[in-house]
Design a protein around this ligand. Structure first.
Ligand code: M6R
Length: 634
């Protein structure tokens, strides 16, 4: 939920931190702060509100270089403990002002630790859980002082750098989720970090090292990265990094090359990331499908760490995810059950984790997460693996935690998504789910080869259909501007159109702060129809007239029902569907597709509708209020 960048090298740490924070601000924008070690001093600056407030504070400094030094760190906050004030902004320092700490996550036992510290004479000034870490480090360094390699308690590995050893010992006392980065006035040669259940990656540059919440923070400097695993401490120096577990045992982590560059994390001429990301969807989809659809019409998922036999052994599928990723999972359910005839349950990860789902080694759990860091989903993954289920992650972020904690991973290849509202990664997730569903059907022999080949051929055409759909959305933009003052919007759908309706409502809530609800159209008459009043916009995602069980006819009736009660109907229907025309106050056309692939096009007008309506209300679509891109607390 917070963004973190740490740096040691030859550049101005202030410049590197500010540049990194600009890239990380999507992770939280309640406050920001920087600490730099240089010229024998530790300097900090922090401000409530967006990063611009901190930049203004620094620009107003009378000094040419307000924070000299080449070792430092920056933080952008999504508030948990303590409101979004200057005092609660990170970094937090100890009583002496010699060291500073930044943190992402929640330290669950902070109240006990705080009481202990205060009883020991420490003065804590903020309401945050983070501040206890600064004082615990102060106490540890006082207890085990000394130069590198000289002093150290029981563990031999604690005879390393004093700051690293102190952080390891402090981490062993912490409960909850945390990424921590620490700098110290007396140790400008290192930046030290640690993680448990929150993200931390290392950037390995030439004569410089970076610690960050994600690679976008240092991508302008290096594309060489290293994962940091669960319960590990990393000591970063100019010439490289050393990683140990919390007990001090060295660990050897995976290094990888980031396959996108700094320009992918820029706006590229668009005023908002969200607009850019909506328009990147044809490419995101094509990249996610690339290499996975063979010329002879089969699904190829050879990066799997699960064998074909593992997939044949599955007798039940659970999909766990949050928010938009959960909606992708709901779409997957229709496909998985139809193609494989396996039972498939979809559940919000936060709920799945805390009931007793019946899982065993024949259960396949699919965990969907753009960031790979969502703590609710991560906890669901851990729970599933403890029950011996096999876990397949669908993820967009290389080096993130959920893939590492899963048995296998299928990466969506959508590139970095900076806008807080998910758009292109939703399409990538839906595509990945369709691939998994077809793959399961293929290896289990439920679909004939020619049936799989027919789907493969149609999937190959989808990026082009997405591109064409995006090119014809001007009418929904106009309508969104017209509805900027609406009080509420209802979204209806049937079959895979129902999760699309949920996704449309979520987009409108988070971007336009408008009351929006998604319902299965058939459920309407069981209660929600009471909400209909004259003029209420009701957006309906219509299934193909060529689809199953006359769902089309039924939804046309549902449209008539709401229209008869005065609703203003906005109908998303495929080309050539004439039956809806008499009942649509506004008709938005999308190209014809296979029923199960329809969400790849019907979602697009809903994304554009929410984005345009929010812009018409004068809102920031990249950084909606109260939200953060990556939710690393439960
Ligand atoms: O990174 P994840 O896919 O695990 O994130 C899950 C949700 O927090 C996320 O999809 C959220 O609902 C979207 N940003 C909404 O647009």
């Amino acid at each position: 939920m917070c963004g973190i960048i740490g740096y040691v090298g030859d550049q101005s740490a202030l410049d590197v931190a500010l540049q990194g924070l600009r890239r990380l601000e999507y992770r939280g924008y309640d406050s920001s702060g920087i600490a730099v070690v240089g010229a024998g001093a530790l300097r900090t600056a922090r401000r409530a509100g967006k990063l611009a407030n901190l930049e203004k504070l620094l620009a107003e400094s009378p000094e040419t270089d307000p924070m000299p030094g080449t070792t430092g760190m920056g933080h952008t906050r999504w508030a948990t403990h303590g409101g979004p004030t200057d005092v609660n902004a990170h970094p937090h320092t100890d009583c002496t002002g010699a060291l500073a700490v930044i943190h992402n996550g929640i330290i669950e036992n902070f109240a006990l630790l705080r009481a202990e510290l205060e009883a020991g004479g420490h003065e804590l000034t903020s309401e945050t859980d983070t501040e206890v870490v600064a004082h615990l480090l102060e106490a540890e360094l006082a207890r085990v002082p000394g130069p590198v390699g000289v002093a150290g308690p029981a563990s031999s590995a604690d005879a390393s750098h004093p700051l690293t050893g102190a952080l390891r010992r402090v981490c062993r006392r912490l409960e909850g989720a945390f990424t921590l980065v620490v700098v110290h006035r007396d140790y400008p040669e290192v930046v030290v970090g640690a993680r448990r259940n929150s993200p931390l990656v290392v950037g390995l540059g030439e004569g410089e090292s970076f610690l960050a919440s994600d690679v976008s923070a240092f991508i302008a400097h290096t594309r060489e990265a290293m994962e940091i695993g669960q319960d590990q401490v990393v000591e970063a120096r100019r010439d490289g990094v050393a990683v140990t577990d919390f007990e001090g045992q060295p660990v050897d982590n995976r290094r990888y090359h980031v396959d996108w560059d700094a320009s992918a994390a820029e706006k590229g001429g668009y005023p908002y990331f969200m607009l850019k990301e909506i328009n990147e969807q044809p490419t995101a989809l094509a990249d996610t499908l690339r290499g996975r659809l063979s010329a002879d019409g089969a699904i190829v998922l050879d990066e799997e760490r699960l064998s074909a036999q593992d997939f044949r052994d599955v007798d039940k599928v659970f999909i766990v995810a949050c928010g938009t990723a959960y909606h992708a999972g709901l779409i997957a359910k229709y496909a998985v059950e139809h193609w494989t005839r396996l039972p498939c349950e979809v559940e919000m990860a936060s709920e799945f984790r805390y009931r007793d789902p019946v899982l065993d080694r024949s259960t396949l759990v699919i965990a969907i997460s753009q960031s790979g860091e969502t703590l609710d989903t991560l906890m669901a993954v851990k729970h599933a693996r403890e029950q011996k289920a096999r876990v397949l992650a669908i993820c967009n972020t290389n080096g993130s935690t959920i893939p590492r904690e899963s048995d296998a991973v299928l990466y969506t290849r959508c590139g970095p998504e900076v806008g807080v509202a998910s758009t292109k990664t939703f399409l990538g997730q839906v595509a990945a789910c369709l691939l998994v569903g077809l793959f399961l059907a293929q290896v289990r022999g439920v679909l004939y080869g020619d049936e799989v080949a027919a789907y493969v051929e149609r999937l190959q055409r989808m990026p082009e259909l997405v591109r064409r759909t995006l090119g014809r959305l001007e009418p929904i933009r106009e309508l969104a501007r017209e509805l900027a003052d609406a009080k509420a919007v209802l979204f209806l759908g049937r079959h895979v159109g129902y999760p699309v309706a949920l996704e449309g409502a979520l987009k409108l809530k988070e971007l336009a702060y408008m009351h929006a609800e998604g319902f299965p159209a058939g459920e309407l008459k069981h209660g929600p129809i009471a909400l209909i009043e004259p003029g209420l916009p009701v957006l309906v995602v219509v299934p193909s007239p060529r689809g199953r069980a006359n769902l089309h006819g039924k939804i046309v009736s549902n449209i008539q029902e709401v229209r008869a009660r005065g609703a203003r109907t906005i109908v998303i229907a495929e080309d050539g569907d004439l039956a809806v025309e008499p009942y649509a106050d506004h008709l938005i056309r999308v190209p014809e597709t296979t029923s199960l692939f329809a969400p790849l096009v019907t979602t697009l007008p809903l994304q554009v509708f929410a984005c345009e309506l929010a812009l018409a209300r004068g809102l920031d679509v990249d950084q909606p209020r109260n939200l953060a891109k990556s939710v690393t607390v439960e």
